[in-house]
Design a binder for this molecule. Structure first.
Ligand code: WTA
Length: 635
């Protein structure tokens, strides 16, 4: 297909066209889809309000471009290959026609249960095909889905339900995760005690865990869908109608509901998927992310299914029942493109090459990474031992807010360099600015990564609070979208992402706001104040280090630190549990009361050589005391 870049010079050519005439560039791609009504204008925008509209007045339904489009030409092609948590359980293969039927049936079910266009639906589910069906069915009837990662606590779930005033929750009785069974419905029941908007809960039977069903509110999935077979009319959506809300952490305490809309997101996820991975019809594509994250939305569900791809959906974890599981799945389903997170690669690398030995891995053609910087060692291990030196690695940089990959090699075409995301995709205009907002031109520069022109997949607002969207992304540097990441452009013009420059840390590829973790810690009745920073962690990339001022009362330090960890676990979920908690007599603060995180970050990373100027601190001695305590923690 001509939308696919074939050569390096082809990439540069497309890139140049996309900058000189973005409207013509994107229009050509959008024209390959089915629209119920064509747009009047390709883009309308300003980054001041901000207002971003793509394919203005276009009408479409994204699911017609994922399912109906393939029904008659490729209805028997496999859409989803489902690999269960337990390798001895049967694999499920679902064709495009079957997926179409399942989505239609569930769309009818949603409508019959009072869900319609514009309503918000929470999906809190394991990695099973029904989760994909639930998402796509929402899109078909114009309901706005908000998938919440099923590892979040009931509190975190309740916050999200309340923020978007959701009408329905779709969940399961339990989830299998490695050797564990998690009682998911219980978590939802607890959350619903703190919310008032949910009218119905649809519960998929997955584990057989005993649950209590509330009469009139809770319905089993298998009962709910009965009698709802048959085609469900696809709602006509404006290109700028909301497709979904996905909550993500930022530098303030409360997660934001990032909003993506229909038309632009469709065009962008499809285009980026096809090009970055160089997907060919018939290939098997596997992205190991969870659908609770943006990677799962864009590169398990939307991008690949828009491209008519066959995807692997994996319910389990990389190390269950053994650390060879990923490679076993690659061989079993003859995966051609594999997309995972550096943290998973590092975790598997720690087991050495032995778990790889029984497997051929000769179906693999492209390897991808996402979510955090990949260190050179992990890059080489992935390249040499998984890809056997034959598969290009696409180190893809992007964010929940960007909707799709923005900076990445085009597989097999862009020459790669370990730990570099390399070059922007066509249509993406990155700029590097210094702290005063001055653009740093040319190569060999380092600074804050911004984007100066809109692209179809970008966020439009933060749900219910447009001002927050403006403040967070469009106010730091005038006229630009600010990513929150630091970046270097090297002598070849290649981009290397240096990590966050705000108070966001990246733990195992998951974004955590330090303020969010601090808020959770401060809920413990003995805690007076806390400061959370990230520190380098061998497997997770960054670990969570909490410095806490607390009143021990009759507790031992050990007991209190454990209680604090449990508190965070309960309020946010296991992913936010601090790796280290240090009880401190004070925090390094300036006279105006600002915590000097720079100093805490250095202490947490064991770098205690040069703190710079500490004379402005209210109590300079506190730094020595914290350092002493930190040494004890490490022992
Ligand atoms: C980081 C995940 C380095 C970055 C798709 C970004 C990366 C944040 C890379 C977004 C990469 C993502 N190299 N860092 N290839 N990809 N990041 O919203 O700090 O969960 O701002 O989206 O992850 O995380 P999010």
């Amino acid at each position: 297909m001509s939308l696919k870049i074939q050569t390096l010079s082809g990439y540069f050519h497309e890139y140049q066209k996309s900058v000189l005439n973005p409207e013509a560039f994107w229009e050509r791609i959008a024209d390959t889809f089915h629209w119920k009504k064509r747009w009047d204008k390709v883009v309308e925008w300003n980054f001041e309000e901000p207002k971003i509209e793509w394919f203005v007045n276009g009408k479409l339904n994204i699911t017609e471009n994922m399912l109906d489009r393939y029904l008659y030409t490729a209805g028997d092609r496999t859409a989803i290959i489902w690999e269960p948590n337990d390798p001895s359980e049967e694999v499920r293969k679902i064709t495009y026609r079957e997926l179409f039927d399942m989505v239609n049936q569930f769309s009818n079910t949603l409508r019959a249960n009072g869900v319609g266009k514009g309503d918000r639906v929470i999906i809190y589910m394991p990695m099973v095909p029904e989760a994909a069906v639930a998402m796509i069915a929402c899109a078909r009837i114009g309901a706005i889905h908000s998938v919440v990662f099923a590892g979040f606590s009931s509190n975190a779930l309740a916050d999200r339900i309340n923020d978007c005033k959701a009408k329905m929750v779709i969940t399961s009785d339990g989830n299998f995760r490695g050797a564990k069974t998690i009682e998911v419905k219980k978590v939802v029941d607890e959350a619903l005690e703190k919310t008032e908007t949910i009218e119905k809960m649809i519960v998929l039977k997955r584990t057989g865990t005993e649950v209590t069903m509330q009469n009139g509110r809770d319905i089993w999935w298998h009962d709910a869908i009965k009698g709802h077979e048959g085609e469900a009319q696809a709602e006509s959506m404006d290109a700028e109608d909301m497709l979904f809300i996905l909550y993500t952490s930022g530098s303030t305490g409360k997660p934001k509901g990032v909003v993506h809309t229909t038309g632009g997101y469709m065009v962008y996820t499809y285009f980026s998927f096809l090009n970055v991975f160089q997907y060919k019809t018939g290939d098997v594509f596997w992205c190991s992310a969870d659908i609770g994250w943006i990677t799962g939305h864009s590169y398990i569900i939307y991008g690949p299914l828009l491209a008519g791809a066959s995807i692997v959906m994996f319910e389990g974890v990389p190390t269950y029942p053994n650390p060879g599981r990923f490679w076993e799945v690659v061989d079993k389903h003859q995966v051609n493109e594999f997309y995972t997170a550096p943290t998973a690669i590092r975790a598997l690398q720690a087991f050495g090459q032995e778990p790889l030995e029984p497997f051929k891995l000769d179906s693999l053609r492209v390897l991808g990474t996402v979510g955090e910087p990949i260190n050179e060692e992990a890059w080489h291990w992935y390249h040499d031992h998984v890809g056997k030196g034959k598969c290009p690695i696409v180190d893809t940089w992007w964010q929940t807010e960007t909707g799709g990959i923005l900076v990445s090699p085009i597989a097999g075409i862009t020459p790669t360099k370990p730990s570099y995301a390399t070059l922007p995709l066509p249509g993406i205009q990155p700029v590097i600015v210094d702290n005063e907002g001055r653009e740093l031109r040319g190569n060999s520069v380092e600074g804050n990564l911004c984007i100066k022109y809109p692209w179809p997949g970008m966020l439009r607002t933060t749900y219910g609070d447009h001002e927050r969207c403006k403040q967070t992304y469009f106010s730091s540097f005038n006229g630009y979208y600010f990513t929150g990441d630091g970046v270097k452009r090297d002598e070849d013009g290649y981009y290397r992402i240096l990590g966050r420059v705000d108070d966001v840390i990246n733990v195992s590829g998951h974004r955590m706001g330090t303020a969010e973790v601090e808020n959770a810690i401060n809920e413990h009745p003995r805690v007076i104040e806390s400061a959370v920073v990230g520190y380098p962690h061998n497997i997770k990339g960054q670990g969570i280090y909490a410095f806490v001022i607390a009143d021990l009362d009759d507790r031992t330090v050990q007991n209190l630190t454990n209680e604090i960890k449990v508190t965070v676990n309960n309020i946010i979920g296991p992913i936010a549990r601090p790796d280290k908690v240090q009880i401190v007599p004070g925090l390094p603060k300036t006279r105006s009361g600002k915590i000097m995180r720079r100093i805490l970050r250095k202490i947490a990373s064991g770098d205690t050589d040069n703190f710079g100027d500490t004379s402005t601190l209210l109590d300079p001695d506190v730094v020595d005391k914290i350092m002493e305590g930190a040494r004890e923690i490490d022992q």
